[in-house]
Design a protein around this ligand. Structure first.
Ligand code: ATP
Ligand code: MG
Length: 416
Protein backbone atom coordinates (compact mmCIF):
# COMPACT_ATOMS: atom_id res chain seq x y z
CA UNK A 1 0.00 0.00 0.00
CA UNK A 2 1.29 3.43 -0.87
CA UNK A 3 0.83 6.02 1.82
CA UNK A 4 -1.98 8.55 1.59
CA UNK A 5 -1.06 11.88 0.07
CA UNK A 6 -2.98 14.84 1.39
CA UNK A 7 -3.28 17.96 -0.72
CA UNK A 8 -5.14 20.08 1.84
CA UNK A 9 -2.23 22.43 2.42
CA UNK A 10 -1.54 22.80 -1.32
CA UNK A 11 -5.19 23.64 -1.81
CA UNK A 12 -5.00 26.21 0.96
CA UNK A 13 -1.87 27.78 -0.50
CA UNK A 14 -2.73 27.74 -4.19
CA UNK A 15 -6.43 28.41 -4.41
CA UNK A 16 -8.26 31.57 -3.32
CA UNK A 17 -10.00 31.38 0.05
CA UNK A 18 -13.48 31.73 -1.50
CA UNK A 19 -12.97 28.60 -3.59
CA UNK A 20 -11.47 26.66 -0.70
CA UNK A 21 -14.44 27.52 1.50
CA UNK A 22 -16.79 26.62 -1.32
CA UNK A 23 -15.21 23.18 -1.72
CA UNK A 24 -15.28 22.53 2.00
CA UNK A 25 -18.93 23.51 2.19
CA UNK A 26 -19.63 21.31 -0.85
CA UNK A 27 -17.92 18.32 0.75
CA UNK A 28 -19.98 18.77 3.89
CA UNK A 29 -23.32 19.19 2.13
CA UNK A 30 -22.66 16.16 -0.03
CA UNK A 31 -21.62 14.07 2.97
CA UNK A 32 -24.82 14.99 4.80
CA UNK A 33 -26.71 13.56 1.83
CA UNK A 34 -24.64 10.41 1.95
CA UNK A 35 -22.76 11.32 -1.23
CA UNK A 36 -19.05 11.80 -1.90
CA UNK A 37 -17.70 14.88 -3.63
CA UNK A 38 -14.33 15.12 -5.36
CA UNK A 39 -12.15 17.69 -7.05
CA UNK A 40 -10.98 16.14 -10.35
CA UNK A 41 -9.02 16.57 -13.56
CA UNK A 42 -6.77 19.42 -14.62
CA UNK A 43 -6.89 21.36 -11.39
CA UNK A 44 -5.57 18.38 -9.41
CA UNK A 45 -2.75 17.99 -11.91
CA UNK A 46 -1.97 21.69 -11.61
CA UNK A 47 -2.08 21.66 -7.81
CA UNK A 48 0.63 19.02 -7.86
CA UNK A 49 2.60 20.98 -10.46
CA UNK A 50 2.12 24.28 -8.60
CA UNK A 51 0.56 25.83 -11.70
CA UNK A 52 -2.27 28.34 -11.44
CA UNK A 53 -5.65 26.90 -12.42
CA UNK A 54 -8.91 28.23 -11.09
CA UNK A 55 -11.22 26.06 -13.23
CA UNK A 56 -12.69 23.77 -10.64
CA UNK A 57 -14.20 20.51 -11.85
CA UNK A 58 -16.13 18.63 -9.20
CA UNK A 59 -17.53 15.13 -9.45
CA UNK A 60 -20.10 13.69 -7.10
CA UNK A 61 -21.00 10.05 -6.67
CA UNK A 62 -24.68 10.90 -6.68
CA UNK A 63 -26.94 13.59 -8.05
CA UNK A 64 -24.91 16.56 -9.33
CA UNK A 65 -27.85 18.79 -10.15
CA UNK A 66 -29.48 18.44 -6.78
CA UNK A 67 -26.18 19.15 -5.03
CA UNK A 68 -25.48 22.09 -7.36
CA UNK A 69 -28.82 23.64 -6.43
CA UNK A 70 -27.97 23.51 -2.73
CA UNK A 71 -24.51 24.94 -3.29
CA UNK A 72 -25.87 27.68 -5.53
CA UNK A 73 -28.12 28.75 -2.64
CA UNK A 74 -25.20 28.91 -0.24
CA UNK A 75 -22.95 31.14 -2.37
CA UNK A 76 -25.76 32.89 -4.27
CA UNK A 77 -24.47 31.53 -7.57
CA UNK A 78 -26.14 31.55 -10.95
CA UNK A 79 -26.88 27.99 -11.91
CA UNK A 80 -27.07 26.41 -15.35
CA UNK A 81 -27.97 22.73 -15.47
CA UNK A 82 -27.86 20.07 -18.19
CA UNK A 83 -30.20 17.33 -16.99
CA UNK A 84 -29.39 15.10 -19.98
CA UNK A 85 -25.75 14.88 -18.90
CA UNK A 86 -26.42 15.41 -15.21
CA UNK A 87 -24.02 18.32 -15.07
CA UNK A 88 -24.27 21.84 -13.71
CA UNK A 89 -22.28 25.04 -13.83
CA UNK A 90 -22.20 27.55 -10.99
CA UNK A 91 -21.09 31.14 -11.46
CA UNK A 92 -20.71 33.80 -8.79
CA UNK A 93 -18.40 36.78 -8.32
CA UNK A 94 -15.44 35.94 -10.50
CA UNK A 95 -15.73 32.19 -10.01
CA UNK A 96 -17.05 29.40 -12.15
CA UNK A 97 -17.29 25.77 -11.07
CA UNK A 98 -18.40 22.69 -13.01
CA UNK A 99 -20.18 19.90 -11.23
CA UNK A 100 -20.93 16.48 -12.74
CA UNK A 101 -22.26 13.16 -11.58
CA UNK A 102 -19.68 10.40 -11.73
CA UNK A 103 -20.26 8.44 -14.91
CA UNK A 104 -18.79 5.79 -17.10
CA UNK A 105 -18.60 6.00 -20.86
CA UNK A 106 -18.64 3.40 -23.58
CA UNK A 107 -17.93 3.94 -27.25
CA UNK A 108 -20.09 2.15 -29.82
CA UNK A 109 -17.83 3.18 -32.63
CA UNK A 110 -14.63 5.20 -32.98
CA UNK A 111 -15.10 8.95 -32.88
CA UNK A 112 -18.77 8.77 -31.92
CA UNK A 113 -19.90 10.52 -28.79
CA UNK A 114 -19.85 8.10 -25.88
CA UNK A 115 -22.81 6.39 -24.24
CA UNK A 116 -22.97 7.73 -20.73
CA UNK A 117 -24.20 5.82 -17.70
CA UNK A 118 -24.01 6.73 -13.99
CA UNK A 119 -20.92 5.24 -12.42
CA UNK A 120 -18.43 5.31 -9.59
CA UNK A 121 -15.53 7.71 -9.20
CA UNK A 122 -13.27 4.89 -10.36
CA UNK A 123 -15.09 4.54 -13.69
CA UNK A 124 -15.31 8.31 -14.03
CA UNK A 125 -11.55 8.58 -13.74
CA UNK A 126 -11.01 5.64 -16.09
CA UNK A 127 -12.94 7.37 -18.91
CA UNK A 128 -10.46 10.27 -18.92
CA UNK A 129 -7.77 11.07 -21.43
CA UNK A 130 -4.46 10.80 -19.57
CA UNK A 131 -3.26 9.53 -16.21
CA UNK A 132 -2.14 13.00 -15.15
CA UNK A 133 -5.71 14.24 -15.75
CA UNK A 134 -7.27 11.25 -14.01
CA UNK A 135 -6.61 12.06 -10.37
CA UNK A 136 -9.10 13.29 -7.79
CA UNK A 137 -9.07 14.85 -4.34
CA UNK A 138 -11.62 13.86 -1.70
CA UNK A 139 -13.67 16.73 -0.32
CA UNK A 140 -15.56 14.66 2.25
CA UNK A 141 -14.82 16.32 5.65
CA UNK A 142 -13.56 13.03 7.09
CA UNK A 143 -11.04 12.55 4.30
CA UNK A 144 -10.61 16.11 3.12
CA UNK A 145 -7.64 16.63 0.79
CA UNK A 146 -6.79 12.96 0.21
CA UNK A 147 -5.46 12.24 -3.25
CA UNK A 148 -7.17 9.50 -5.27
CA UNK A 149 -4.67 8.25 -7.80
CA UNK A 150 -5.84 4.95 -9.26
CA UNK A 151 -3.89 4.99 -12.51
CA UNK A 152 -0.43 6.22 -11.60
CA UNK A 153 -0.94 9.89 -12.44
CA UNK A 154 1.31 11.09 -9.64
CA UNK A 155 4.23 9.03 -10.81
CA UNK A 156 3.71 10.08 -14.42
CA UNK A 157 3.72 13.71 -13.30
CA UNK A 158 7.02 13.16 -11.56
CA UNK A 159 8.45 11.59 -14.68
CA UNK A 160 6.82 14.21 -16.88
CA UNK A 161 4.89 11.68 -18.93
CA UNK A 162 1.63 11.93 -20.86
CA UNK A 163 0.13 8.44 -20.77
CA UNK A 164 -3.24 7.13 -21.92
CA UNK A 165 -5.23 4.90 -19.59
CA UNK A 166 -5.83 1.97 -21.91
CA UNK A 167 -4.81 0.76 -25.35
CA UNK A 168 -8.10 1.67 -27.04
CA UNK A 169 -8.03 5.26 -25.88
CA UNK A 170 -7.11 6.93 -29.18
CA UNK A 171 -9.49 4.64 -31.07
CA UNK A 172 -12.40 5.55 -28.81
CA UNK A 173 -11.67 9.24 -29.13
CA UNK A 174 -8.95 10.48 -31.45
CA UNK A 175 -9.30 14.08 -30.22
CA UNK A 176 -7.04 12.76 -27.48
CA UNK A 177 -4.23 12.72 -30.03
CA UNK A 178 -4.40 16.50 -30.26
CA UNK A 179 -4.97 16.82 -26.52
CA UNK A 180 -1.88 14.72 -25.85
CA UNK A 181 0.32 17.00 -27.93
CA UNK A 182 -1.14 20.02 -26.25
CA UNK A 183 -0.36 18.84 -22.72
CA UNK A 184 3.04 17.50 -23.73
CA UNK A 185 4.08 20.84 -25.16
CA UNK A 186 2.43 23.03 -22.55
CA UNK A 187 3.90 21.16 -19.60
CA UNK A 188 7.21 20.25 -21.21
CA UNK A 189 6.40 16.58 -20.81
CA UNK A 190 6.96 13.60 -23.12
CA UNK A 191 4.38 11.30 -24.61
CA UNK A 192 5.07 8.01 -22.85
CA UNK A 193 6.68 5.38 -25.11
CA UNK A 194 3.69 3.06 -25.61
CA UNK A 195 1.31 6.01 -25.80
CA UNK A 196 3.46 7.45 -28.57
CA UNK A 197 3.47 4.13 -30.39
CA UNK A 198 -0.33 3.88 -30.21
CA UNK A 199 -0.71 7.50 -31.23
CA UNK A 200 1.28 6.86 -34.40
CA UNK A 201 -0.56 3.64 -35.08
CA UNK A 202 -3.99 5.28 -34.70
CA UNK A 203 -3.48 8.44 -36.73
CA UNK A 204 -6.16 7.33 -39.19
CA UNK A 205 -8.71 7.54 -36.36
CA UNK A 206 -8.52 11.31 -36.68
CA UNK A 207 -10.71 10.92 -39.76
CA UNK A 208 -13.53 9.65 -37.54
CA UNK A 209 -13.75 12.97 -35.69
CA UNK A 210 -16.34 15.56 -36.74
CA UNK A 211 -15.29 19.00 -37.92
CA UNK A 212 -16.75 20.66 -34.85
CA UNK A 213 -14.78 18.46 -32.47
CA UNK A 214 -11.51 18.85 -34.35
CA UNK A 215 -12.03 22.59 -34.51
CA UNK A 216 -12.61 22.67 -30.78
CA UNK A 217 -9.29 20.91 -30.13
CA UNK A 218 -7.47 23.18 -32.58
CA UNK A 219 -8.94 26.21 -30.83
CA UNK A 220 -7.68 24.88 -27.51
CA UNK A 221 -4.21 24.63 -29.03
CA UNK A 222 -4.42 28.14 -30.45
CA UNK A 223 -5.45 29.32 -26.98
CA UNK A 224 -2.17 28.05 -25.50
CA UNK A 225 0.63 30.43 -24.60
CA UNK A 226 2.88 29.14 -27.40
CA UNK A 227 0.62 27.29 -29.87
CA UNK A 228 3.45 26.86 -32.36
CA UNK A 229 5.06 24.28 -30.07
CA UNK A 230 2.15 21.85 -30.32
CA UNK A 231 1.78 22.56 -34.04
CA UNK A 232 5.44 21.79 -34.64
CA UNK A 233 5.08 18.56 -32.71
CA UNK A 234 1.90 17.80 -34.68
CA UNK A 235 3.87 18.15 -37.88
CA UNK A 236 6.66 15.93 -36.60
CA UNK A 237 4.19 13.19 -35.63
CA UNK A 238 2.20 13.55 -38.87
CA UNK A 239 -0.88 14.71 -37.00
CA UNK A 240 -0.98 18.11 -38.69
CA UNK A 241 -1.13 16.69 -42.24
CA UNK A 242 -4.21 14.75 -41.14
CA UNK A 243 -5.89 18.11 -40.67
CA UNK A 244 -4.71 19.21 -44.10
CA UNK A 245 -1.72 17.79 -45.96
CA UNK A 246 -0.46 21.24 -46.96
CA UNK A 247 -0.34 22.74 -43.46
CA UNK A 248 3.07 23.34 -41.93
CA UNK A 249 4.15 23.74 -38.32
CA UNK A 250 7.57 25.12 -39.19
CA UNK A 251 9.96 27.99 -38.38
CA UNK A 252 7.99 30.44 -40.53
CA UNK A 253 4.85 29.76 -38.51
CA UNK A 254 6.70 30.08 -35.20
CA UNK A 255 8.15 33.40 -36.30
CA UNK A 256 4.75 34.76 -37.36
CA UNK A 257 3.09 33.61 -34.14
CA UNK A 258 5.83 35.35 -32.16
CA UNK A 259 5.35 38.56 -34.14
CA UNK A 260 1.60 38.29 -33.64
CA UNK A 261 2.18 38.22 -29.88
CA UNK A 262 4.48 41.22 -30.05
CA UNK A 263 1.96 43.42 -31.82
CA UNK A 264 -1.08 42.22 -29.92
CA UNK A 265 -2.53 44.84 -27.63
CA UNK A 266 -4.66 42.38 -25.68
CA UNK A 267 -1.74 40.41 -24.32
CA UNK A 268 -2.32 37.48 -26.60
CA UNK A 269 -3.44 37.33 -30.23
CA UNK A 270 -6.95 36.21 -31.10
CA UNK A 271 -7.52 32.61 -32.08
CA UNK A 272 -8.71 33.92 -35.45
CA UNK A 273 -5.35 35.60 -36.11
CA UNK A 274 -3.43 32.45 -35.23
CA UNK A 275 -5.74 30.40 -37.41
CA UNK A 276 -5.36 32.60 -40.50
CA UNK A 277 -1.59 32.57 -40.06
CA UNK A 278 -1.68 28.78 -39.92
CA UNK A 279 -3.76 28.72 -43.10
CA UNK A 280 -1.91 31.61 -44.76
CA UNK A 281 0.17 29.55 -47.16
CA UNK A 282 -2.74 27.47 -48.45
CA UNK A 283 -3.98 28.26 -51.92
CA UNK A 284 -7.66 29.04 -52.52
CA UNK A 285 -8.81 25.48 -53.06
CA UNK A 286 -6.87 24.08 -50.12
CA UNK A 287 -8.16 26.88 -47.98
CA UNK A 288 -11.69 25.75 -48.85
CA UNK A 289 -10.82 22.16 -47.95
CA UNK A 290 -9.61 23.29 -44.53
CA UNK A 291 -12.72 25.42 -44.00
CA UNK A 292 -14.93 22.45 -44.69
CA UNK A 293 -12.84 19.98 -42.66
CA UNK A 294 -13.11 22.26 -39.64
CA UNK A 295 -16.73 23.15 -40.40
CA UNK A 296 -15.74 26.73 -39.66
CA UNK A 297 -18.56 29.09 -38.68
CA UNK A 298 -19.39 31.67 -41.36
CA UNK A 299 -17.50 34.61 -39.88
CA UNK A 300 -14.30 32.64 -39.41
CA UNK A 301 -14.58 31.10 -42.88
CA UNK A 302 -14.96 34.60 -44.33
CA UNK A 303 -11.87 35.73 -42.46
CA UNK A 304 -9.88 32.87 -43.99
CA UNK A 305 -11.19 33.70 -47.45
CA UNK A 306 -10.56 37.40 -46.91
CA UNK A 307 -6.97 36.75 -45.84
CA UNK A 308 -6.41 34.82 -49.00
CA UNK A 309 -7.96 37.43 -51.34
CA UNK A 310 -6.03 40.20 -49.65
CA UNK A 311 -2.84 38.22 -50.06
CA UNK A 312 -3.55 38.21 -53.79
CA UNK A 313 -3.77 42.02 -53.67
CA UNK A 314 -0.49 42.64 -51.88
CA UNK A 315 1.29 43.39 -55.14
CA UNK A 316 -1.15 46.23 -55.80
CA UNK A 317 -0.40 47.63 -52.38
CA UNK A 318 3.23 47.78 -53.38
CA UNK A 319 2.63 49.89 -56.49
CA UNK A 320 3.91 53.43 -56.92
CA UNK A 321 1.93 56.50 -56.03
CA UNK A 322 -1.05 54.99 -54.22
CA UNK A 323 -3.12 57.62 -52.48
CA UNK A 324 -4.21 57.10 -48.90
CA UNK A 325 -7.79 56.79 -50.07
CA UNK A 326 -6.88 53.96 -52.46
CA UNK A 327 -5.02 52.19 -49.67
CA UNK A 328 -8.12 52.59 -47.56
CA UNK A 329 -10.42 51.29 -50.31
CA UNK A 330 -8.16 48.31 -50.87
CA UNK A 331 -8.06 47.24 -47.24
CA UNK A 332 -11.40 48.37 -45.92
CA UNK A 333 -13.95 45.57 -45.64
CA UNK A 334 -11.47 42.89 -44.62
CA UNK A 335 -11.66 41.69 -41.04
CA UNK A 336 -8.97 42.80 -38.62
CA UNK A 337 -7.27 39.37 -38.41
CA UNK A 338 -7.18 39.19 -42.23
CA UNK A 339 -5.44 42.56 -42.45
CA UNK A 340 -3.11 41.82 -39.55
CA UNK A 341 -2.08 38.44 -40.95
CA UNK A 342 -1.13 40.14 -44.20
CA UNK A 343 0.81 42.76 -42.32
CA UNK A 344 2.83 40.03 -40.63
CA UNK A 345 3.24 37.89 -43.73
CA UNK A 346 3.89 40.40 -46.50
CA UNK A 347 7.46 40.80 -47.62
CA UNK A 348 7.34 44.16 -49.37
CA UNK A 349 8.35 46.99 -47.08
CA UNK A 350 6.12 49.49 -48.87
CA UNK A 351 3.05 47.24 -48.68
CA UNK A 352 3.73 46.58 -44.99
CA UNK A 353 4.00 50.29 -44.23
CA UNK A 354 0.73 50.95 -45.99
CA UNK A 355 -1.07 48.23 -44.06
CA UNK A 356 0.40 49.60 -40.85
CA UNK A 357 -0.77 53.11 -41.76
CA UNK A 358 -4.23 51.74 -42.47
CA UNK A 359 -4.36 49.98 -39.11
CA UNK A 360 -3.01 52.91 -37.10
CA UNK A 361 -4.72 55.83 -38.81
CA UNK A 362 -6.64 55.47 -42.06
CA UNK A 363 -9.24 53.03 -40.85
CA UNK A 364 -10.41 55.52 -38.24
CA UNK A 365 -10.82 58.48 -40.61
CA UNK A 366 -14.44 59.66 -41.01
CA UNK A 367 -15.84 62.94 -42.32
CA UNK A 368 -17.17 65.31 -39.66
CA UNK A 369 -20.37 65.87 -41.63
CA UNK A 370 -23.06 63.21 -41.46
CA UNK A 371 -25.69 62.20 -43.98
CA UNK A 372 -28.18 64.30 -42.04
CA UNK A 373 -25.92 67.35 -42.40
CA UNK A 374 -25.77 66.85 -46.16
CA UNK A 375 -29.55 66.60 -46.45
CA UNK A 376 -29.93 69.70 -44.29
CA UNK A 377 -27.61 71.51 -46.68
CA UNK A 378 -29.88 70.67 -49.59
CA UNK A 379 -28.73 67.29 -50.97
CA UNK A 380 -31.72 65.14 -51.90
CA UNK A 381 -32.06 62.11 -49.60
CA UNK A 382 -31.20 58.81 -51.33
CA UNK A 383 -28.26 56.60 -52.25
CA UNK A 384 -26.30 59.61 -53.51
CA UNK A 385 -25.82 60.78 -49.92
CA UNK A 386 -23.71 57.73 -49.19
CA UNK A 387 -21.60 58.28 -52.29
CA UNK A 388 -20.95 61.87 -51.31
CA UNK A 389 -19.97 60.91 -47.78
CA UNK A 390 -17.48 58.59 -49.37
CA UNK A 391 -16.06 61.44 -51.45
CA UNK A 392 -15.72 63.52 -48.31
CA UNK A 393 -13.95 60.64 -46.61
CA UNK A 394 -11.56 60.24 -49.55
CA UNK A 395 -10.79 63.95 -49.55
CA UNK A 396 -10.08 63.80 -45.86
CA UNK A 397 -7.93 60.66 -46.20
CA UNK A 398 -5.87 62.33 -48.90
CA UNK A 399 -5.51 65.56 -46.95
CA UNK A 400 -7.39 67.66 -49.46
CA UNK A 401 -9.67 68.85 -46.70
CA UNK A 402 -8.83 69.05 -43.03
CA UNK A 403 -11.57 71.10 -41.39
CA UNK A 404 -15.32 71.17 -41.02
CA UNK A 405 -15.41 74.36 -43.08
CA UNK A 406 -13.57 72.55 -45.85
CA UNK A 407 -16.13 69.75 -45.79
CA UNK A 408 -18.99 72.23 -45.87
CA UNK A 409 -17.48 74.07 -48.82
CA UNK A 410 -17.15 70.80 -50.69
CA UNK A 411 -20.75 69.86 -49.89
CA UNK A 412 -22.01 73.28 -51.03
CA UNK A 413 -20.31 72.81 -54.38
CA UNK A 414 -22.39 69.65 -54.83
CA UNK A 415 -25.66 71.43 -54.04
CA UNK A 416 -24.95 73.96 -56.75
P1 ATP B 1 -6.86 22.46 -19.27
O1 ATP B 1 -5.81 22.93 -18.35
O2 ATP B 1 -6.45 22.37 -20.70
O3 ATP B 1 -8.22 23.10 -19.08
P2 ATP B 1 -8.19 20.25 -18.20
O4 ATP B 1 -7.57 18.99 -17.72
O5 ATP B 1 -8.93 21.08 -17.25
O6 ATP B 1 -7.00 20.99 -18.84
P3 ATP B 1 -10.56 20.20 -19.86
O7 ATP B 1 -10.60 20.24 -21.35
O8 ATP B 1 -11.07 21.34 -19.08
O9 ATP B 1 -9.04 19.92 -19.48
O10 ATP B 1 -11.27 18.87 -19.42
C1 ATP B 1 -11.46 18.54 -18.06
C2 ATP B 1 -11.15 17.08 -17.83
O11 ATP B 1 -12.02 16.27 -18.61
C3 ATP B 1 -9.74 16.67 -18.24
O12 ATP B 1 -8.84 16.82 -17.19
C4 ATP B 1 -9.91 15.24 -18.63
O13 ATP B 1 -9.79 14.43 -17.49
C5 ATP B 1 -11.33 15.16 -19.12
N1 ATP B 1 -11.42 15.17 -20.58
C6 ATP B 1 -11.60 16.23 -21.39
N2 ATP B 1 -11.65 15.87 -22.69
C7 ATP B 1 -11.50 14.52 -22.71
C8 ATP B 1 -11.48 13.54 -23.74
N3 ATP B 1 -11.60 13.86 -25.03
N4 ATP B 1 -11.34 12.26 -23.36
C9 ATP B 1 -11.23 11.92 -22.06
N5 ATP B 1 -11.23 12.79 -21.07
C10 ATP B 1 -11.37 14.08 -21.36
MG1 MG C 1 -10.16 22.80 -17.67
Amino acid sequence: MSEITNLASKIEKQLPAELVEFMQAGGLVAANQGQSLYLVGGVVRDLLLKRTNLDLDLVVEGDAINLAQRLADIVQAKLVTHPRFNTAKLRWDKWSVDLASARSETYDKPGALPKVTPGSLESDLFRRDFTVNAMAVKLDPNHYGELVDLYGGREDLEHKLVRILHNNSFIDDATRIWRGLRYEQRLDFQLEKDTLKLLKRNLSMLDTISGDRIRHELELILGEEFPEKALRRAQELKVLPKLHPALKGDDWLAEKFEQARQISSLGSPSIALYLVLLAYRLTGEKNEQLISRLNLPKALAQTLRGTSSLKAQLELLDSLGLTHSSVYRLLNGYSLPAVTANLLACDSLVACQRIQLFLDKLRHVRPLLTGKDLVRMGIAPGPRVKDLLRLLQDAKLDGRITTREGEEAMARSWVE
